[in-house]
Design a binder for this molecule. Structure first.
Ligand SMILES: *Cc1c(COP(=O)(O)O)cnc(C)c1O
Length: 511
């Protein structure tokens, strides 16, 4: 999640140390011209500007090198097993995307082919979800969060129109979803003033119970969200069961499917699973192009079953030199590269390519699950394609261990791996868990190395007494993870109390 950055108090800017008497300052100044070596310039001997824009310029190679050096302290994306977001694309894709960096996607008149390519992507993705030809509509977004915001706006507006037409009050909209939702659902509900009705998980069930979900709906329910692959355990919620219950009870409540991760997995791994527009109550679906869609961040997609589910008064017609284009987005301008990158992946890999990759990932996840089970962990995620290719696991309970999942996660940092630990959704008795997302670039070989390192770290932790453990953890927390370097955020925004994280201790998972 991007920080809300604060403008800090200016600390004393460190000046470069005086040059030793044997070196004349002119020598250094002279080197600052275009022919100087980066590390011989005065810029290399002082702090980079952090408060105010500098008065003077800096040679471009110096700026490049110094910023690149600073970034080298970031983690290695390939060892980041916390994220679903793509960390590998082919060079050809990168080249195409670089070529489009200067194009503003909204400028349909100037870049009509980019717009045409988006339409092709919407069509291809919509077809994967069994959208209805000639009726379904969709758009690209910055990610699933924007897609979900748009979908919630459409649900709310449609519900309001219905209530208005019936002469009924429309001031108390609510939405039903799992307490294990991604944080963007909490944002959408709060930003657009829709009351949340939560379906809680239990210690032995990490997805919504269809019956309970439908029972929570009333005349003010704008819709139900079902998650195709929860961020915690990757399990697919039973969209079909919710759909069938609504049909059976003749209830006019629409379903939105949050297929951020699963949307590009299930069509290839379990095509027979009915969760999409094959279910008549499903009116809209979002998917992240930058997760299993295999594109660098940020691109997402949202598709509506038919125009009747997207009220016209939310859509604006952008007029460019006489050409009218309907637009439904939160932001106006954005780069075109991601949409182009998505189109590359879709046509380059085809169904066969996606199927091959997703099948490999599913196998690797199954293998990792089996091995971790042998190392005495409890596996909380599904196997054999019944959930996303990820492994959620935890220690067995009731064992006297001086450390927990969070300690193991921190210790793995010392081997370069980022494996996050979470506290599960509320009402699961504060279950803690670790999660490894199996992404395209997580090969079987890397899987073996990770398993060895998990065993190594546990052996280390087992030899430590409580005090050593505490010191060790503190060191890693302050010096190895980002918390130590980022500096404190703004006082006002600390300790949020309004979200599920603030209220229950559930961790907003990284995606
Ligand atoms: C990742 C994720 C989101 C948010 O998607 P972004 O593309 O990161 O904005 C929403 N819901 C689920 C289930 C996710 O996994």
């Amino acid at each position: 999640m991007v920080h809300l950055s604060k403008i800090p108090v200016r600390t004393k800017v460190r000046r470069p140390a005086p040059a030793p008497p044997s070196v004349q300052q002119e020598v250094i100044d002279e080197l600052d011209d275009a022919t100087g070596s980066v590390y011989g310039t005065r810029f290399a001997a002082t702090d980079l500007p952090a408060h105010e824009m500098p008065e003077g310029q800096m040679p471009k190679d110096v700026a490049y090198r110094l910023i690149s050096d600073e970034l080298s302290l970031d983690g290695n994306p390939k060892l980041n097993l916390a994220s679903f977001v793509t960390t590998y694309m082919e060079e050809e894709a990168e080249r195409l995307m670089t070529e489009c960096l200067a194009k503003n996607f909204i400028d349909y008149e100037e870049y009509p082919q980019c717009a045409a390519i988006q339409t092709k992507c919407v069509s291809i993705i919509g077809n994967l979800f069994h959208a209805s030809e000639g009726a379904s509509i969709g758009t690209s977004t910055v990610g699933s969060s924007e897609a979900i915001m748009l979908a919630v706006l459409a649900l709310k507006r449609r519900w309001r129109e219905k209530r208005q037409a019936a002469g009924k009050p429309y001031d108390k909209p609510n939405i039903v979803f799992s307490a294990a939702v991604q944080v963007c659902w909490e944002k959408a509900a709060r930003y657009f003033d829709v009351e949340e009705k939560l379906v809680y998980c239990r210690k032995d069930r990490y997805v919504i119970d269809p019956e309970e979900t439908v029972n929570l709906c009333d005349e003010n329910t704008i819709g139900i969200c079902a998650i195709l692959g929860t961020t915690y355990t990757g399990e697919y919620e039973d969209v079909k069961a919710v759909n069938d219950l609504l049909v059976k009870r003749n209830m006019d409540v629409p379903i939105h499917v949050d297929a951020a991760s699963g949307g590009f997995v299930t069509p290839f791994v379990v095509p027979e699973l009915e969760w999409d527009f094959r279910c008549e109550k499903v009116v809209s679906i979002n998917v992240s192009g930058h997760k299993y869609g295999l594109v660098y961040p940020g691109v997402g997609w949202v598709v509506w079953r038919a125009p009747e589910h997207l009220p016209q008064d939310l859509v604006f017609n952008i007029n460019y030199l006489g050409a009218e284009q309907a637009s439904f987005t939160l932001n106006f301008s954005k780069g075109a590269s991601q949409v182009i990158g998505q189109y590359y992946q879709l046509i380059r890999l085809g169904k066969k390519g996606y199927r091959a990759i997703m099948t490999n990932l599913t196998r690797t996840a199954d293998y990792l699950s089996d091995c971790l089970e042998k190392q005495d962990f409890v596996i909380m995620s599904q196997r054999a394609g019944k959930g996303l290719p990820l492994v959620a696991f935890r220690f067995k309970e009731d064992e006297d261990r001086g450390f927990d999942e969070f300690t193991l996660a921190r210790t793995l940092r010392s081997r370069g791996w980022v494996v996050p630990a979470y506290t599960m959704a509320p009402k699961t008795e504060n279950l803690k868990m670790l999660r490894v997302v199996v992404r395209e670039d997580f090969s079987r070989e890397k899987c073996e190395l990770l398993l060895q390192d998990i065993a190594l770290c546990i052996r280390l932790l087992e030899t430590m007494d409580k005090e050593q453990l505490a010191r060790h953890e503190k060191f890693i927390q302050t010096h190895v993870t980002a918390h130590g370097r980022g500096g404190p955020g703004h006082e006002k925004y600390k300790n949020e109390k309004h979200s599920l994280q603030g209220k229950t201790g559930k961790t907003h998972a990284i995606c």
